[in-house]
Design a protein around this ligand. Structure first.
Ligand SMILES: [Zn+2]
Length: 237
């Protein structure tokens, strides 16, 4: 997931993934669906409200510090998020729809949703599940939206998550690199305070934020770490 601020989409994708090919377009909300490489699916939404309201329960079932692995309603999540997220605490409002920009989940997260555990499903959630209903095997889903001012960085951040999950050799090399830097503890600590990340995904997030040129974190990320991880990213993407 990515907290980045919302510029232009350049030819980033065609540069990184010569294999990009459009698969289908969803009618209901205007979601573009592309397959990147063989196991990473990219959904591009029109705006931030569309993407955040669609991904919320899938993303938080995957990596919320409070709801990971649990079944919950939107209302339950809202109540918790207002009390635990920095902007929620400060304003008393539910700011999720303007807090987050990029999303990432492995396909196994969809299962309890297909199995009716999360009923009632919202229209957006049903639409989301429809996109992947005929997709077999394990894959990874990332999402970005067109209104983000830093869309290319956002995309890079989310693709990094996709590679980390789907390519074992990439993940191992990333982990080996991360283990050489003590300061990642502080980055993890800052990320924990955002109310968006479970401990289990912090390593993956530090990795993605280090590759991202617009990470927007207060804790400095060692330049050497970013350099080495960006090299790995280029090698594998
Ligand atoms: Zn992330």
């Amino acid at each position: 997931m990515n907290f980045g601020k919302g510029e232009k989409l350049n030819h980033f994708l065609s540069k990184i993934f010569p294999l990009v090919r459009p698969v289908e377009t969803s009618q209901a909300m205007n979601i573009e669906h592309k397959k990147l490489a063989d196991k990473i699916h990219l959904l591009t939404f029109e705006n931030q409200k569309d993407i955040t309201s669609t991904f919320l329960r899938f993303q938080e079932h995957y990596e919320s510090p409070n709801f990971r692995g649990k079944v919950f309603s939107l209302e339950e999540f809202k109540e918790w998020y207002i009390k635990n997220s920095p902007k929620g605490v400060a304003s008393g409002d539910f700011t999720y729809y303007s807090d987050w920009n990029g999303f990432n989940i492995p396909s196994y997260i969809l299962k309890p949703f297909y199995d009716d555990k999360f009923n009632p499903l919202s229209k957006q959630e049903k639409n989301f599940l429809d996109i992947f209903k005929d997709e077999g095997g394990a894959f990874y889903i990332i999402g970005v939206h067109k209104k983000s001012k830093i869309k290319d960085q956002l995309l890079k951040h989310e693709i990094a998550h996709g590679l980390f999950y789907t390519k074992d050799s990439y993940r191992l090399e990333v982990q080996q690199t991360l283990s050489q830097f003590d300061d990642i503890k502080n980055i993890k600590e800052e990320l924990s305070l955002k109310a968006g990340y479970h401990e289990e995904v912090l390593e993956d997030e530090v990795h993605a934020y280090s590759i991202d040129f617009e990470s927007n974190l207060k804790t400095p990320i060692p330049e050497k770490l970013s350099e080495e991880l960006r090299k790995l990213y280029e090698k594998y993407s």
